[in-house]
Each structure stands twice: as structure tokens, then as C-alpha cells.
Design a binder for this molecule. Sequence first.
Ligand code: GRF
Length: 202
Amino acid sequence: MTDPARVGVLLSGRGSNYQALQRSVDEGLLPAEIVVVISNHRGAKGLDTARRAGVTAKAIPSSGMPREKHERCVIAELRAFEVEWVCLAGYMRLLTATFVDAFPHRILNIHPSLLPAFPGLNVQAAALEHGVRVSGCTVHLVDRGLDSGPIVVQRAVDVLDDDDEDSLSARILREEHVAYSAALRRLLTEPWRVEGRAVRFS
Ligand code: GRF
């Protein structure tokens, strides 16, 4: 592993989690360098944000391309940039086993619920509909399942009686921006291992 660690970010849209990671890097809080940002959508706002930050930003459009082929292109690009860690930041694609196995225990994802509750999509609405009193976000290592990998950091928020999807999502997003950098920082600066389902720091 190099120091600073070479990080690639994959995103599909807004990119606020990427921006939060970038800020932590720029402020010297993360021993990492974001060397490339890749989106499967040409119009992703996160690509513009990266370019403004002076980071190489590339679109590899997924539409109309077979999944395996698209993944091969993304992996090749990440390899070309000698990426060691892959951070999924609102990347709206399920990764195949080929992708996951290409970066074993080196892919991170951020998810807007307290996993294992509410995996998948539209999870803030699902949490409200279920009537949970606490929700939050999870940063986890990616395994072959859906939002099922070993958990690195979680941050909780209260669900308020008058919350709607927007207000709850916004409150969770603020915590996401803290959680993602915190998780990557721990993984880069502390000894850790995966034991069964769990990440153990020691
Ligand atoms: C976040 O809520 C993240 O947890 C989920 O997708 C959203 C991406 O937001 N995976 P942004 O593009 O980082 O602003």
C-alpha cells in the first residue's frame, strides 16, 4: 500500500459524498489521494465537482453496454490509475463478483440506513414507512451481496415525528459526509482484519 493511498471514486450523480472525501483529503485529514473519479453517467454532477478540484474525472457510460463489459472498462481504468482503494459514492450499479474480487476488501460503500436494516433502494422512505425511531448511515466493505459487507462505521440519527423523506435524507446525508472519511481514515491508519462478518480493529 502506498502512502498516501491511491483512491478511485465511483459515482452516478450528485457526488456530495465524493466532495466530503475530497475535502478531508485537501484538509490533510485523510492519508489518501483521490486519483480518479469515474461515473457511469456523462452528466453526473460529481464529475464537474471533481474537475473543479483538479481531479481526473471520466465518464464510462453504462447505458447500452453489457454489465460485464462495462465493469471490465471501469476496472481497467482503475488499474491504469493504480488505484488501491475504490470508494462507491452513490454509484447506482450492482457490482458483479468479478469486480468485487478484483479489489478484495478494498471497496467501500456508503448506504443511507443502519444496515442490515433496509438494504437496497429508497431506504429513507422504507425506514419512515416502517416507523423506526432511529436511522442513519453505514460505511461497509463491499462483498458479493447487496449492502451486506463487513461494517466499518455507522452513525445514527433520530427519526422525528414530522420527518418526511427529504428531511430524513438530509439529516442522514450530513452524517454520511462525516462517516465516509472517518471509515476510510480508520482503515488507512489502524491495523484491522475481517473476522467472519466483522471488521476488527486492533
Ligand atoms: C447517498 O445517500 C449514499 O448513501 C447513497 O447514494 C447517495 C449519494 O449521494 N448510496 P451523493 O451523490 O454522494 O450526494
